[in-house]
Design a protein around this ligand. Structure first.
Ligand SMILES: [Zn+2]
Length: 66
């Protein structure tokens, strides 16, 4: 059991290191990754949701949130 816990902690530490904060060069604000749902319609007219990952900062906040 202790061995497993150590492995889990190591995994967490690794993931924490892999998160890199990104700053927008235009507005200077931190870019926050968000998942937005866009509605798309295919050739047959069927509606389906599409998940898109976007990096959000002051530059695109208005066009994403309206
Ligand atoms: Zn920006």
């Amino acid at each position: 059991m202790p061995k497993k816990e150590r492995t889990f902690a190591a995994k967490l530490a690794h993931e924490a290191r892999s998160i890199v904060k990104e700053t927008c060069p235009v507005c200077g604000k931190e870019r926050v990754p968000v998942v937005m749902i866009a509605s798309i319609t295919d050739d047959r007219g069927n509606w389906r949701p599409q998940r898109r990952r976007v990096k959000l900062c002051d530059c695109n906040k208005k066009q994403i949130y309206g």
